[in-house]
Design a protein around this ligand. Structure first.
Ligand code: XMP
Length: 507
């Protein structure tokens, strides 16, 4: 896809939101780190640029920057750091603010006819520097108490800058900034998910030709949607493999397998390897060791199965756009906190080419594509589930008996979240089995049994998360059902840790 809006990333935590806002207007958008701006502009020939925010000061010695000639001849919207950088590059004056503005600010709009048409008076700010004087040719269109140039525009060249963050939902009417930018600059709307499906199907057919494709289904949304899309293009030349690692939730292997075959008409082989995984995990308590064992064994089994298919050229994966940006971001790949289970080394080992049809899409776009392709909305709305499965929710050793306890408790929690109507409000809600026993009393008997922790979090992308405080009645119901119905559990606790410093999964 050529054209659209290219977002030059200067390191803001909100950059992905900008891309989603612009795509919601029907304009294709992509993110590149600032140091690749020139190359990407040359390759993409975008209709317009957005310069993102970022944590630095423009006058620091090694502050991120770009060649001002790249702005010439195309519409540009600078946001926060991008606004300051643009001002500085074009001859305006940027200084340290008298008072740092963080949080809500009241925007005094001086000209509501251009970029700020429809924008509210309450905007979200986060900056220490301010634009004191706009560059020549620009008109100042808004200010706040501490920011003399809170917005500026040069309608001749379609150059715009805003100090506030229009992409965050706290800014009233923030979406209008993007709409006005697109409309005033005459940027064509070229992004429609329906077109995406058609285009991808055509592309996959051309790429694959007479070759064969193998795909590992995880039971999650991304790999499922990728497989359905590919099978629409090449039918049974797509061979899916769905491995039961014995660490899935109750009934999930059978249910998913049925859905893949009967509803989605995928050519899928179900491989029940639970015993192999459980045997390999015997006696293992260390979280990283568990993850490595599961990851390696998965690759081994997948290779065995793929060999049985015969000549295969492509490996399909459900990689999405956030995965792509995260591995090539401004800060470089994030440090490994937990080694994620995936088929990482597989393509080279098996000499396969990668087929990643969802690489351009955000999670919500993947969900929408899935729905358009006929994937069940309940399946699409499922909470994320980690590759190593319940093994990272059983603190300590994974045994069949402990798996049973966790599965039963997890099932109860899921039923009650749905009954309470909070399932969809949460990023994830699940049970964790703790490696300790505590004393209880049931009837007149003393008990000495294990503990279940409830983990309920809200999050936008899993990178950060807040713990969720559910209604008391809900907690009471879950707790009493778990203790009464799950043999071997006599205590339930609630995890009230956010991420950071905790992670979402316990291991
Ligand atoms: P953490 O525990 O790191 O999890 O806060 C962040 C999100 O990632 C999911 N997660 C995984 N997903 N393979 C995956 O595909 C994994 O190994 C894995 N570990 C954690 C987790 O469920 C949460 O949504």
């Amino acid at each position: 896809m050529i054209g659209g809006i290219l977002i030059i990333d200067f390191g803001s935590q909100y950059t992905q939101l900008i891309a989603r806002r612009i795509r919601a207007l029907g304009v294709y958008s992509e993110i590149v780190p600032f140091f690749s701006a020139e190359e990407a502009i040359g390759r993409r020939n975008p209709h317009g640029l957005v310069l993102s925010g970022g944590p630095r000061s423009v006058y620091e010695e090694d502050a991120p920057t770009m060649d001002p000639s790249l702005l010439e001849g195309r519409p540009v919207l600078g946001i926060c750091y991008g606004h300051q950088l643009m001002s500085r590059l074009l001859g305006g004056r940027v200084t340290r603010a008298r008072a740092r503005e963080y949080g809500f600010a009241r925007l005094e709009i001086l000209d509501p006819t251009g970029l700020l048409r429809g924008v509210g008076e309450r905007v979200w700010m986060s900056h220490g520097d301010v634009v004191e004087e706009a560059p020549e040719g620009f008109k100042v269109t808004a200010r706040t108490e501490n920011t003399p140039v809170a917005a500026m525009e040069d309608r001749k060249r379609n150059w715009f800058g805003v100090q506030f963050h229009p992409e965050v939902h706290h800014t009233l009417g923030g979406q209008e900034v993007f709409r006005n930018f697109v409309d005033l600059s005459g940027i064509p709307r070229n992004w429609e998910l329906g077109d995406f499906i058609e285009r991808k199907i055509k592309e996959i057919k051309e790429t694959v030709g007479d070759g064969r494709v193998v795909c590992a289904l995880s039971g999650g949304v991304d790999s499922t949607v990728a497989a359905v899309l590919i099978s629409r293009a090449i039918g049974d030349k797509l061979h899916c493999i769905f491995v039961n690692n014995g660490l899935l939730r109750q009934g999930e292997f059978e249910e998913n397998l049925r859905m893949f075959r009967e509803k989605l008409h995928l050519n899928v082989k179900g491989v029940d390897a639970s015993l192999r995984f459980l045997r390999a995990l015997e006696g293992v308590r260390d979280p990283e060791e568990k993850r490595k064992i599961i990851g390696n064994l998965f690759i081994e089994i997948f290779e065995e199965e793929a060999e049985k298919i015969g000549e295969v050229e492509f490996l399909a994966q459900g990689t999405t756009y956030p995965d792509v940006i995260e591995s090539a971001g401004v800060k470089g790949p994030a440090a490994v906190i937990k080694s994620h289970h995936n088929v990482g080394g597989l393509p080279e080992r098996m000499k396969l080419k990668l087929l990643e049809p969802l690489r351009e899409l955000f999670k919500d776009e993947v969900r929408e594509i899935g729905q358009r392709l006929g994937v069940d909305p309940h399946f699409i709305g499922k909470h994320p589930f980690p590759g190593p499965g319940l093994a990272v929710r059983i603190v300590g050793e994974v045994t069949p008996e402990r798996l049973r306890k966790l599965r039963e408790a997890d099932k109860i929690l899921e039923e009650e979240m749905k009954r309470e109507g909070i399932y969809r409000e949460l990023w994830q809600g699940f049970a964790v089995l703790l490696p300790l026993r505590t004393v209880g009393v049931m009837g007149d008997e003393r008990t000495y049994e294990e503990v279940i922790a409830l983990r309920l979090v809200q999050s936008v992308d899993g990178m950060t998360a807040d713990w969720f405080y559910p209604p008391r009645d809900f907690l009471a119901r879950v707790s009493s059902r778990i203790v009464n119905e799950v043999r071997g559990v006599n205590r339930v606790v609630l995890d009230i840790s956010s991420k950071p410093p905790a992670t979402i999964e316990w291991e």
